[in-house]
Write a protein that binds this ligand. Structure first.
Ligand code: MN
Length: 228
């Protein structure tokens, strides 16, 4: 067995509800502009936007209960609460009919965003794909939840509800997201997909406590710490 010239990076993992085992994360895919009310609040046109995919680095994962530093180079750090898919099976050109069978479990997470850097037609890398930009709650196996295609998703900041919607309102529904994404990338077990945020995105500041919930899933709690 070969060894490494430096210490090997730690794998990113997400706890699994009711288990001592964890879900190992391979890649983190995200879809943008996937609820009409959110596209409209961002000034877009939901009728004409194709699915918009981007990635976050695997080590952007932050588990529930953590405090994340307020990031550098932003004065408008935003929350986006999203339903999260954890894939247990990969493939390419996956059909919509077969897509649900690739989901191992579900969680609720946050696509944290430097909103003042996003936009202008530039790449989203530094706006979306930075350190600690993906807090996520424990994964619940699909064997317990069944297929999720509806359900209330909610985010509170300091106890006040700021985002609330239902995942039945997704523009690109879950089987469509998996099918489309698998046309561009070969998907693998361990891949994570964030399904998009509903309306109500907004800024957070140091000291804020965020609680993201989806009925039937483990909640996510995260606190915003001082500037990094
Ligand atoms: Mn998002």
């Amino acid at each position: 067995m070969s060894s490494y010239v430096i210490d090997a990076p730690k794998p990113a993992i997400i706890p699994v509800v009711g288990s001592d085992q964890s879900f190992p994360v391979r890649r983190i895919y995200c879809i943008g502009r996937n609820y009409v009310a959110h596209v409209e609040e961002m000034g877009g046109d939901a009728d004409r936007d194709p699915p918009l995919f981007f990635q976050k680095p695997t080590d952007a994962v932050v588990n529930s209960g953590a405090t994340i530093p307020y990031p550098t180079k932003t004065a408008d750090f935003h929350h986006e609460v999203e339903l999260v898919l954890a894939l247990g099976k990969g493939g390419r050109n996956i059909s919509e009919a077969d897509a649900q069978s690739h989901i191992w479990g579900y969680g609720v997470g946050l696509d944290m965003t430097r909103r003042d850097i996003q936009g202008g037609g530039l790449p989203w890398e530094i706006a979306k794909s930075f350190d600690n930009s993906f807090p996520v709650g424990a994964i619940t196996p699909a064997s317990q939840t069944g297929i999720i295609d509806k359900g209330r998703i909610k985010l509170t900041v300091n106890g006040k509800t700021v985002q609330e919607s239902d995942v039945s309102l997704l523009i690109w529904r879950i089987p469509e997201i998996i099918a489309r994404l698998s046309e561009f990338f070969e998907l693998h077990p361990g891949d994570i997909i964030l399904t998009g945020t509903p309306h109500g995105v907004g800024p957070v500041v140091p000291g804020d406590k965020l609680v993201a919930t989806f009925e039937g899933l483990s909640p996510l709690e995260v606190t915003i710490g001082p500037a990094a």
